[in-house]
Design a protein around this ligand. Sequence first.
Ligand SMILES: *Cc1c(COP(=O)(O)O)cnc(C)c1O
Length: 478
Amino acid sequence: MSAGAEPYREALAAAVRHATLWLESQSTRRVGPQQAARELAAAFDGALPQSGMAPAAVVDYLARHAEPGLMAMPSGRFFGWVIGGTLPAAMAADWLVSAWDQNSVLRYATPAIAAIEDAAGHWLLQLLGLPEESDVGFVTGATMANFTGLAAARWRLLKNAGWDLERDGLFGAPRIHCLVGKERHETVDVALRYLGMGSPTVVPADSQGRIEAAELDCALDRIALDHAAASGQSSPPALVLVCLQAGNLHSGAFDPFGAAIAVSKAHGAWVHVDGAFGLWAAAVPELAGLTAGVEGADSWATDAHKSLNVPYDCGVVAVRDAQALRSAMGLNASYLLQDVDGAGHPSQRVPELSRRARGVPVWAALKSLGRDGVAEQIRRLAASAAQLAEELTAVEGVEVLNDVGYTQITVAFGDDAMTRRVADRLIADGKVWMSGSRWHGRDVVRISVSNWSTDAGDLATAVDAVRTALEAARSERS
Ligand SMILES: *Cc1c(COP(=O)(O)O)cnc(C)c1O
């Protein structure tokens, strides 16, 4: 017999209470955590207790003891990495997903989830301007979305070369030549490594980190020539995979998709796009030029937990060639669509079998915003970044290093030692959080505007915090 709601009631009420307090604290609390993991450990480790604790008491204990070790990532003053906040509808939907406890493997077993995720997938394709026939999978993040898209690429390229990947594996398979831009995200390399495809050929990038289409063309020519020389003119062409990027971590820049995809396609390449946060520019008419031509690729990776602002963990992969995706990921391998209506089981589009219904918060976010709301959210992130860059440029001693055309700003404060000192001051001060990094041989501070709730007051606080940190760092030096 089901226990009903009674055993859950107090624990859920406690969770609502603590979550509300946490959210309320976001506008005023210091952004960084107050204690390190080492200091927090005492409350959580030790021997596993012999006897248990009531569920609501566990939630109270957890919330109380975790609090000093939490980072105010949902705060509008958090500008670190590319970490968005969470939209209200998405957060509440995510709680519901836990309560529903649907294991979203099979279409007929969890039909509500299949229908909701299908709808979310279609909406995403429309919003991001991607081919409607693409298959969509909901994975943990862009890392796994890259992995999944590239696994489909690997399957298709080898299939076309007459190689049976399921039966014969990779050993002895024809080589796949992978090309990436100099400033691609490292998770692309990780995904290629997971897939046994080794290290990619690196193509030069311009001052903003965009792949140079002409250099890509040369690299592709070189591969074709070397391949022909090694295996004879009449042999099948080299297998080529090109990874492009929408949204450079430091500059926010976009690869020139029209030109880069044209030269890649001329060489018969599969083109994959890592658009973790950048692909969302396509949802904004005024920014859509940034992603122009991106629909000509074969697979796309993005995050819903960045620019869209759903809770972790939620990434999205879209693959035009559904057969390649399902063959690479399906349990049955080999494109047998064993379901009732031919739509395929959700598990055929992702690496996992059992998983939570992570597409549901995406649907909720899109439903709550609508097309206009998504456009407005992304437009505002970019506009806030532009405003912040302008105001920071006016502060003496601040150098904005990139052309700010999307959500990312990279700044330096003179030499590396000074930049590091300012970065440390900013973190210690606690009013904002910005990430230290290195770009083009310099220590930098990276600012990402990725939270729907960042407002004019937060931007003013950020400029003020930078000014204060700079002054403090200068007086420290003199
Ligand atoms: C964040 C990011 C990734 C990795 O995404 P996860 O969601 O952390 O797995 C990949 N590429 C780019 C461009 C990113 O910004």
